[in-house]
Design a protein around this ligand. Structure first.
Ligand code: CAA
Length: 257
């Protein structure tokens, strides 16, 4: 499938996905969400890809939110469907990927844009970034998982302050709040993202997928995360990658996963 709103490039075991609607500050319309869903599902089937880097095109925005022009005239039912479909097609898909996804936030990450970054496993930001959930200024609330993921990441008090004041955090404030892991100059952002991705791809993809599953279990109220961890831990034993990793350690060589 040819993409119109995103650019996908695979190189050296890393898949770079760039949201490419710079004139609309990379706002997420239905077509963009659909294209991201197709691209990410394809990545999941490609065992050569060990990490994903997600960013926005241009130097102003990662993603400035859901496309307001597209939903401004929606009914209540259509609004709920927008949230339900978007969460299923994109935000939950990324959160539950077995490949780590790094959000390289290169400017505004607002509303659905911050929600997209929060569904990624690792967030880094350029120092010009502004992060926030301004939905209440539009008479709506975050609908792509923001009320849940922001609370998980920064705690209830800070999440509610951000949501009800609609304030934007600078990159450095986001770093202090634990909302992003690293801040750097914009020209260094993709270099830093690749540096992190290159550390990931040296490790066992099987173990990484089980680590993501176990960490995510701690936010799933229907699961006992400790039980999930025990099962996933046990299931690593006897696997090819476990045998390779432990053998490499004992033979004093680097593992080849
Ligand atoms: N949806 C649709 N179009 C958007 C957009 C969005 N979320 N954000 C920006 N754009 C468009 C603008 O309409 C404008 O297009 P035109 O030139 O055709 O008018 C273009 O991008 C450039 O934007 P601005 O001229 O506004 O740029 P600026 O530098 O003056 O301001 C900004 C930048 C502060 C990010 C401002 O664009 C803004 O406030 N955008 C909206 C942010 C927002 O409210 N996001 C939340 C969306 S709701 C949501 O995400 C719901 C959910 O959880 C599911």
């Amino acid at each position: 499938m040819e993409f119109k709103n995103i650019v996908v490039l695979n190189s050296n075991n890393i898949c770079h996905i760039t949201i490419n609607r710079p004139k609309q500050l990379n706002a997420l319309n239905a077509k963009t969400i659909f294209e991201l869903n197709v691209a990410i599902n394809k990545v999941q089937e490609d065992s050569s890809v060990r990490a994903i880097i997600l960013t926005g095109s241009g130097n102003k925005a990662f993603v400035a939110g859901a496309d307001i022009k597209e939903f401004a005239h929606f009914s209540a039912i259509e609004g709920e469907e927008l949230a339900r479909n978007g969460q299923k097609l994109l935000f939950d898909l990324i959160d539950n990927l077995n490949i780590p996804c790094i959000a390289a936030v290169n400017g505004f990450a607002l509303g659905g844009g911050l929600e997209l970054a929060m569904s990624c496993h690792i967030r880094i930001a350029s120092d010009n970034s502004k992060l926030g959930l301004p939905e209440v200024t539009l008479g709506v609330i975050p609908g792509y998982g923001g009320t849940q993921r922001l609370t998980n990441l920064v705690g209830k008090g800070k999440a509610l302050e951000m949501i009800v004041t609609a304030s934007m955090l600078s990159a450095n404030e986001a770093l202090q709040w634990g909302l992003v892991n690293h801040v750097c100059a914009q020209e260094d952002l993709l270099i830093l993202a690749e540096k992190i991705a290159n550390k990931i791809i040296r490790n066992s993809p099987m173990a990484i997928s089980k680590a993501i599953k176990s960490v995510n279990a701690s936010f799933n109220k229907t699961l006992d995360g400790f039980e999930v961890e025990k099962k996933e831990f046990g299931s690593c034993f006897e696997s090819k990658e476990f045998i390779e990793g432990t053998s490499a350690f004992m033979q004093k060589r680097k593992p080849n996963f």
